[in-house]
Design a protein around this ligand. Sequence first.
Ligand code: SF4
Length: 475
Amino acid sequence: MRRNLRHATTTIRDKRLRAVEELPDWEGLRDEGAALKDHALANLSEALLDLEAAVTARGGHVHWAQDAQEARAIVAGIAASHGAREVIKVKSISTDEIELNAALEERGIHAIETDLAELIVQLAEDRPSHILVPAIHRNRAEIRDLFRRKLGADLLTDDPKVLAEAARVYLREKFLSTKVAVSGANFAVADTGTVCVVESEGNGRMCLTLPDVLISVMGIEKVLPTWADVAVFLRLLPRSSTAERMNPYTSFWSGVTPGDGPQEFHLVLLDNGRTDVLADEVGRQTLRCIRCSACLNVCPVYERAGGHAYGSVYPGPIGAILTPQLLQLEDKNANTLPWASTLCGACYDACPVKINIPEVLLYLRGKITGDKPVNAEAVAFKTAAWIMSEPFRFEGALKLARTGQGPFVKHGAIHALPGLLSGWTDTRDLPALPAQSFREWWRARPLPGGHAAGDDAQTSEGERLPPQRDDRGPA
Ligand code: SF4
């Protein structure tokens, strides 16, 4: 899994760097994107009402969903009212967020993912591990075996063209026979009621044009006031996500058009915690996110842990700040996510809309720990800070630990610790403390002239000063 992931993220990362370097003022474009998003968010209520009016005027239906449950019920109700036993889906993370597929299945409606990577994840009964490339953790051989098992495809090789053809044959029949489609939305334009989906394969466009009924589930933060705003994001998004100059397929639709495309269109506006995020002065920048996944591809934690480790629909750095906010820091899994970061800042540098992810991570950490009563962990860290703040205390503690570790050390490592400390050794070994600390070695090392380095000058607090330049021998 790690090998697949490292290979994929490194490739995308390098391509993205080349793609953004082509633009003379990438930084200016990022600033513009951030400012436009902030403006849209500051005027969100107005923009959403404009969007509703425009979609309705063009023959569409707008539904407001306060939470995931409401959104699921709306989509399932519309599909059921058309007697649908199957719906085809455009890749959509907002429908993953509301766990739509499972809800439809409960009502006897099977949702078929049509994005190739989403289809792989669905057939494998797996979970997506990347925003843009949900099956990034799978290699070609695994996919060939999966298609053989689940699609009955007679595949002799794992050549990408052959795999794509097998999926095409399966999906083509679904596109032509299914009457209801479900999509997400990348953007919506308030003043014309236009919804936009960008994608690379064209499968999404089949879903958006062939069925009779189209239901789009859109987070409320995706609305932009005007077409001019969309133009900026259509330059920022492809270079940041797939390192392309423009998306191969960009679909726009406004309501319904007699005789052309779906004849019934429903737009579900999903809140699900977003208005609370908007109300938070520091956290609200999270809603600028255009789901490009650039932050995932540069994150050292994501590269090693993989998307599943986050236990969140939104993995990586954006997941670490968005999920806990959407779930209001109460979810026991989500409120550990802000610690899934080294705070290296690579995500901030890569983000096309300049979301200061490290700032939000620290802010959320403060909120989560600030809300907690004093517990054993907090006491342990305070004590550790006190010990480490004075070298002589730290050295004393090391000596004590070295004596105390004796009964637990086996072959140079500690495999099991007692009590609260067992939490560490349950999942990993602890290297044993060496017989001599660095400071002890430093003091004891022989110097030219027969003196021990311990004869170096000593500070009033008992701390040894580092050697002077000529102590180190030839430069
Ligand atoms: S936080 Fe920024 S880099 Fe990450 S997915 Fe969102 S827009 Fe892209």
